[in-house]
Design a protein around this ligand. Structure first.
Ligand code: DX5
Ligand code: ZN
Length: 215
């Protein structure tokens, strides 16, 4: 299992150091949650902050856009150093145009689905995507409980990809820790985002290793 610590749970006054700490602790990717206070009821940070912290690691930056109009900002996040950009199928931007814009900047595109959105919502776009992110909490805040009833969507997307001969990664985000990671792995999740479970652990390296060792 690949583990992407969510910086939403870090000490923002030393975000660069927190990224370095996660790098040394063995994180696979850095997960950066961008919220606009409109698509979700919370505000975090944007491209300028990501640009400043980019230099603290060489590991992939997995930028999760919880914003209403992602298309408008793809160039900013590309310039800031994103390697992967995921955005919500429920957003207001044109989905195909946004995927094309991300790919045009040499970045891996992913679509995200909220808990009330069916797996089938991403099917029309699968052959253009590098990954699908299945939310296992309502987006907006860290520290919520894992929704195991989202896992059938992972299986459905996996099956559709297999049927069409596509090789996409499936990422899960929200409420993932030692108690829930095995369920995600069992459903076929390739990458787990973990905020609270990693940042609140006494030993981040040990916490990341424990999550990675599940398959
Ligand atoms: C929620 C964010 C998540 C969140 C995960 O909107 O997308 O990435 O930070 O945090 P935990 O692991 O604490 O649920
Ligand atoms: Zn996220």
């Amino acid at each position: 299992m690949k583990i992407a610590p969510s910086l939403l749970s870090c000490d923002f006054s030393v975000m660069g150091e927190e990224i370095r700490r996660m790098d040394k602790a063995g994180a696979d990717w850095m997960h950066l949650d961008v919220m606009d206070g409109h698509f979700v009821p919370n505000i975090t940070f944007g491209a300028p902050v990501i640009k400043w912290v980019r230099k603290y690691t060489d590991k992939p930056f997995d930028v999760h856009l919880m914003i209403s109009d992602p298309l408008k900002y793809i160039d900013d996040f590309a310039d800031a150093g994103a390697d992967i950009i995921t955005f919500h199928v429920e957003c207001d931007s044109d989905i195909d145009a946004t995927i094309d814009k991300i790919k045009g900047r040499g970045i891996l595109p992913g679509l995200v689905i909220k808990p009330n959105t069916p797996a089938e919502a991403v099917f029309p776009y699968l052959d253009k995507l590098a990954l699908v992110l299945v939310m296992t909490v309502e987006p907006g805040f860290g520290g919520q409980s894992f929704m195991a009833d989202m896992l059938p969507k992972v299986t459905a997307i996996k099956e559709e990809c297999a049927r069409r001969g596509l090789d996409l990664l499936i990422e899960a985000d929200g409420g993932i820790g030692e108690a829930t990671v095995a369920q995600a792995a069992g459903a076929g999740v390739d990458v787990c985002v973990a905020g609270t479970a990693v940042f609140k652990a006494d030993d981040a390296a040990k916490a990341i290793r424990a999550l990675q060792s599940v398959n």
